[in-house]
Ligand binder design. Sequence first.
Ligand code: SIN
Length: 277
Amino acid sequence: MHTDTLAIRPLEGCGALVEGIDAARATDAEIDAVRAAVYDRGVAFLHGAVLTPEAQIAFAKRIGPIVVNRYFPKTERYPEIAKVEKAEAQTTNIGGGWHTDHSYDTCPAMGSVLMAVVTPPTGGDTLFANMYAAYDALSDEMKAKIAPLKAHHASAHVFGEASVYAQTDRADLAGHKDTPEAIHPVVITHPGSGKKALYVNPSFTTGIVGMAPDEGRALLMELYAHAMQPRFHTRFSWAPGSIAIWDNRATWHFAMNDYQGHYRLMHRITLDGGPLS
Ligand code: SIN
């Protein structure tokens, strides 16, 4: 899409680059175009100056209603903004594996508005995977097989007391006792775009309802290997002020952990979602 100043350029694999917009002063038409790009391409990327917390909150609210994340440390004065932070001495990052945020919730968050505040000298990119494209490229036989299936999603193994994070230098993440589980269809229809998307992910999906664990795991591994093909992916390189607005119903993401010894700080606002079908 092009207007006098706004240009939305679909990227190979996943996402769209939005140019000619000032997130702090966007018109209603520009916000609507950004939201449409997020729904259609799974993630929209913007480059600009670092927004104040008030401006980031105001921008995010225009995309969708905000919900407070239960696990990440909050910024001192703004509970709506979570800090996705890695200190020089920490070795484990947040989100360093393919995942879809909040799939363990009955009504998963719609998405996130993530802004880079401090970036490392090199590295710290985020990969995004297009779950519409991954679904579309499945064989007709696989589409028929997974159409009626539901999957189980959990959070305790990632955020709970004996979890992956709790056993590393990310024990600072909160909510160790607040570890929801949910069941969702393996294939969902995106409420905004009407397109079908694959809705299982390697971090939080723990099995297929009604299948023996081994059989469910084998099916999930086949779907993951398919979706991990680079043809469905985009790699986003951040500078301070860069923003990614992603849709959890249409993407996976993966924060690269390739900047050991350097500081990285992102401000993340989570957008509320609804039930999936
Ligand atoms: C996340 O998974 O929310 C973190 C993404 C990032 O830090 O790039």
